[in-house]
Structure formats: C-alpha cells, structure tokens
Unconditional design. Sequence first.
Length: 199
Amino acid sequence: MPLATVRTLAAGAHVGDLVFIRVPVRPFREVADATGTWTNHVGIVVDTSGAEPVVAESTFPWAKLTPLTRFAQRSEGGRLALARLATPPTADEQRRMQAAAERRIGTLYDTGFNLRSRRQFCSRYVREVLGDATGIEVGDVETFSTLLAHRPGAKLGFWRLWYFGRIPWARETVTPASLLRCGRLTLEFDGIVFDPRRA
C-alpha cells in the first residue's frame, strides 16, 4: 500500500478534493461493514491558502472545519484516500464550494443518515457542497433496503438497536463508499498517511 507524509499530501491538495478516512468507533465501523469497504467518513477540502489545507466535514455533533493533519490523524491505521473530480472545478466553482460549505457549518449531525432530513451527515454534506458548486452529483442515492441487499451477509443486529428495532428500509441515504466508487471522481491517492513529527 502506498505511503505518504501528511505534508506531501497537503502540498498536492486542491479545493474540491474529497478526503476519505476510517473512523475507528461505532456507528462508523458499522457503516463500513454494511457498505463493504474500509472507509466510513469523508470530508471536502475547501481552503488551501493557509499553512495547510482545511477540510469541511459533517461529524458529530455538527458540521465544522478541520485542518487536514487533524482530519488524517483520526483515521484508523493512517488509511486515507484522496479523490478529485475528473473535470477540475473552475476558480468560480471553488469559491462556490467554499460558500456552500460555510453555509452548512454548524448544522447538526443526522445520526439517522436520512437524505431528506434538515440535518447533515458526512457523505450527504460533501455531495451537496459539490453539487451546489458544480452541478455534478457524486455517489448513489440508495434506500437502506437496496444498500443492504448488496451485502446479504451484513450483520443487522447493530442497526436494529440503532433504529430502536425498526430499520427504516425505505429511507434514502448516500454513503462514503458510493462516493469513493463514483466514476465522476479520480483517485489521486489511496494508502497510508503518516506525520514524521509524531513518529
């Protein structure tokens, strides 16, 4: 698996890049299991003008801005992927991304992963910021039923508890996995990121 320092990754980051990590706590681990992938959290680079890139993310308890180094440090085992729109955003689209992300800062996290709620969750946040700025939709909207049908061996016990015994099968959602697999994105990096200053 490729290795890179956070500094190297930061030097090549652009506004609009999607950054995927693996958060090692529930329910995020269960999201990765249900979607059959390693990743369970995603943010979007919205500023590269300072000392390091800034990632906008929807996380518990609300949407916020996080320096790339701190975002990467949260990933289990240092695993990180960086993906970019196949058609690079224009300078105007990058400004619109920043504005779209800023408008959503402070929005409460949706622990129900409901695409139609007034709250946000990570993959919805990133999808909407990109869509508002560029008109390009990334990721697949799926019902819980469709999502879990792709993973017939997925354990449902956690999700039954999470939804108090009633999994909302018809609820629409979008996952980090579907964003990572999206054909409108190119994978720029997928490997292990480390910070030599912390070694």
